[in-house]
Design a protein around this ligand. Sequence first.
Ligand SMILES: Cc1cc2nc3c(=O)[nH]c(=O)nc-3n(C[C@H](O)[C@H](O)[C@H](O)COP(=O)(O)OP(=O)(O)OC[C@H]3O[C@@H](n4cnc5c(N)ncnc54)[C@H](O)[C@@H]3O)c2cc1C
Length: 426
Amino acid sequence: MTSLAPDVLVCGGGMAGVAAAVAAAREGAEVLLVERWGFLGGSATAAAVGQFVGWETAAGRQVVQGIAEEIVRRLGERGGAQGHRHFMMSTGHRMDHVPYDPEILKLVLDEIVCEAGAAPLFQAMVLAVTRKGRTITAVEVLTKAGPVRVQPRAVIDASGDLDVLHRAGAAFLPLGDDEALQPGTMMFRFGPIDVDVFEAIPAEERGALARRGYESGALARAALHASIIPGTRDGWFNVSRVAVDATDPFALSRGEIEGRRQAVAAAGYLRDAVPGCGGGRLVAIAAQLGIRESRRIAGRYVLTGEDVRAGRRFADVIAVGAYPLDIHPPAGGGLSFSTLGADHSYDIPFRSLVPEGMDNALVAGRGISATHEAHASVRVMPTCMAIGQAAGSAAAAMVRANASAGELDVAALRTRLAGAGAYLAG
Ligand SMILES: Cc1cc2nc3c(=O)[nH]c(=O)nc-3n(C[C@H](O)[C@H](O)[C@H](O)COP(=O)(O)OP(=O)(O)OC[C@H]3O[C@@H](n4cnc5c(N)ncnc54)[C@H](O)[C@@H]3O)c2cc1C
């Protein structure tokens, strides 16, 4: 069997894994980035989410910068995004966002990862993990050439579903009695749209159209949300809803089929009933069902909804979030969306990236140690990228110092992150 021994193994090339790989490689670590698809981006590309949200407080203070902002700049240079925009939500919340073209994002992520010197291994799936006590000693990945054995000094699980840590026997946080996993969504591309007409639909009429679509069964979610792809007349639509536990492969398979069924039904409703959409058609269905929530690690600190709401500060802050608590229920057409206040932000502590009982593993992205409620804010892509940058920098430092996550000098980590452009002053 082929054997590799990089300093840092990053499993999962979503937005968190990319930021982690880039940060670790820029600090001189030898990095292997394992990804099951043939391209990077995860939900951002394979699930075609289409917009990065949650950069700023409602008052306009930008709390995510660093590698995430560099990706926005690179997208702009390639015509894949047009910088930061704002829109008013029906709740009156002023939301910032960066709509992007998922195809151009794939190229930008290839470039930033390869320029940093990290080695991507595509079409490779985490298969098995060997753990000795508190240490992951090997991760086997399945490739076209058969299994490859990777023996890294530090491992970052950025697989979203935390497949590495699951196979390592780590502990995960349960849902509360009145909580349910957020549903998945099958994004689809529809166009051409008369964008001026579509965007000018008055809020009340838009709400009524969405409700009518939901009540008729054409929309699984009472929403007409689209991210218009920069430079085109097409939009990626986020109007489907599939209740699924993504860690159950058979349920996930049924969910993919149901997602495609919903996409086709929704596209028919857009064409027949929604102003500006009459000349459009279903252009593409995302390559995979988008997964909002699955496993959350039991880490050294569990970030709570109360921490988020109170804007709690931590001495070991490694990233700052500002996105509202945005919970999609698995059934019904609605949404629970709690805004946080005008210039409100909260800290994410390093301890929330560190799995309980493990020394050389970190989590990056949506699976960090956070309650169901706190996850509903942390899960957006800018925040996931900020967490990823911190995880990558931390892993490189652990390797340099031959230190466990618990022994890491977090003050020095914070200094390095600030030096690399990350925002840490909540
Ligand atoms: C439908 C939907 C709409 C959303 N809307 C927005 C929005 O408007 N704006 C926003 O900012 N955020 C939004 N989010 C949230 C956001 O997209 C995700 O939470 C975020 O992208 C998660 O990033 P991640 O890198 O942690 O995980 P993921 O994007 O899930 O990436 C995980 C990566 O790991 C790979 N992987 C998984 N398992 C394995 C394995 N076993 N072996 C190898 N590779 C593996 C996957 O292929 C993937 O590339 C939305 C999410 C969904 C699903």
